[in-house]
Design a binder for this molecule. Structure first.
Ligand SMILES: [Zn+2]
Length: 438
């Protein structure tokens, strides 16, 4: 009789379902500890965040590799959960350690405390994207702990500087350690589930397959410096104001992208009109900064010789950025004004959404949210995904949570937070995805 329990142990281990109550509690604790690390970019010192991941992975016997990419502690991490089928290339679960800065005065709590309040965890990075990072990490830790072997290798990849374009993150890793990122698929941030952003009352899950091209423009006006007591026609401030007005006067051009047609087909009707649906259907221009004046603080009685502003323009995939800029110059049509492109344009076509992984994502979403419609999606903001799409890998933006418009609006803004119930379901979804065969 003494031997019976021993014989049962392997069978129990193989069949065991995770104890979700414990896993959920651990995942909240882990997210709180992660949010308490102020991995603000700049300078994107992500050593502490990388160490947190590394320590948790080591506890279940997974060795993580850290890659220091810059002099200020900018650190990337790669860890691998071995799969059954060595012939299949891995799935990469990608996230970023870094977060954008905060305006502390606009928060009712410490943005780096991981406060739990009103059914949510509050903190910089909760949505973008420490919450998803922990879902990915917990899914891997749980698989390993319960000895569930995935079909193919799962590579956990967390980077240090997504928020400033990825030069020391994805770009640096692809250049210096491409062998670590040999894969067939990538899951990243991007799309999300919503009941109020695309069509009121309809539950739609978007998996992003395309995003707009950021074309940031600096508009600079030159004029004559003079005494503020005597108005002159050649005032750089006035020239700049008129230039901005002319640049933005006509409605933004751009014809709908085929992904939009796909979204409309899935949603079954028109999209609601709001800032998100507007942005994914058109080329947009946003006035983001204005700088002028002489002295610090700028003098009120001096007319400066230059004044400048930036326009954050986002172009639909397939739009020729140089033609767009020529159009802006033609609209302004003033020799005193220059228009300069500040970003590198890398137009990236949409990634395929007819893959076995896309079908798996769809199935997992419908398992946890019966009745949800699942659609490939365009997103207006930038992620690291295009860097893989350009290499021909399907990279999907998969945020496995239903988010309301007000919660989404806290991203890069004040009082960023993530609903606890969605965080838990999202983690279970991530687990279901990596345990599937695709
Ligand atoms: Zn992000």
């Amino acid at each position: 009789m003494r031997f019976v329990p021993l014989l049962l142990i392997p069978a129990l281990l193989i069949a065991a379902e995770p104890d979700w109550k414990t896993v959920d509690a651990e995942s909240i604790d882990l997210l709180q500890r992660y949010l308490r690390i102020p991995s603000i970019n700049p300078p994107a010192d992500t050593r502490a965040a990388a160490e947190l991941f590394k320590t948790e992975l080591a506890r279940v016997g997974i060795e993580a590799k850290l890659f220091e990419a810059g002099p200020k502690g900018q650190t990337n991490l790669v860890a691998r959960l071995a799969g059954k089928d060595r012939a299949k290339k891995p799935l990469i679960l990608m996230s970023h350690f870094d977060v954008v800065p905060v305006d502390r005065a606009a928060w009712r709590m410490d943005p780096f405390e991981g406060v739990i309040k009103d059914g949510a965890i509050w903190g910089r990075g909760a949505l973008d994207m420490k919450g998803i990072g922990i879902m990915q990490l917990m899914a891997v830790l749980t698989m390993k702990k319960y000895e569930i072997v995935p079909d193919r290798d799962i590579v956990l990849f967390a980077t240090c500087d997504e928020e400033s374009g990825g030069d020391l993150g994805v770009r640096w890793m692809l250049k210096n350690h491409p062998e670590e990122l040999e894969a067939e698929y990538v899951l990243d941030e991007g799309g999300f589930g919503t009941r109020d952003v695309l069509q009121k009352g309809k539950l739609v899950f978007g998996i992003s397959v395309a995003e707009k091209q950021p074309a940031w423009l600096r508009i600079r006006a030159k004029g004559t410096a003079a005494h503020g007591s005597q108005p002159i026609p050649d005032n750089a401030n006035m020239t700049l104001l008129r230039a901005i007005e002319k640049a933005m006067a006509a409605p933004p051009s751009g014809k709908a992208h085929p992904i939009i047609a796909e979204m409309l087909k899935t949603i079954g009707g028109a999209m609601d009109a709001n800032k998100f649906t507007n942005a994914i259907q058109k080329n947009t221009l946003t006035l983001t900064t204005m700088k002028s004046g002489v002295g610090d603080p700028p003098r009120a009685n001096v007319i400066p010789s230059t004044a400048e502003a930036t326009l954050d323009c986002r172009l639909l995939p397939g739009v020729n950025a140089q033609e767009f800029i020529s159009e802006i110059r033609a609209r302004i049509n003033d020799p005193r004004v220059t228009v300069e492109l500040l970003t590198t344009i890398d137009d990236t076509p949409a990634t395929s959404f007819t893959t076995p992984l896309f079908e798996t994502l769809k199935r997992v979403i419908k398992k946890h949210h019966p009745g949800a419609e699942v659609t490939p999606m365009m997103v207006p903001y930038s992620t690291d995904s295009p860097k893989f799409r350009r290499k021909g890998l399907p990279a999907y933006g998969f945020t496995p949570m239903i988010l309301t418009a007000p919660i989404l609006a806290t991203m890069h803004s004040d009082e960023e937070r993530i609903p606890l119930d969605q965080f838990h379901i999202g983690m279970h979804m991530m687990f279901d995805v990596i345990r599937s065969e695709f």
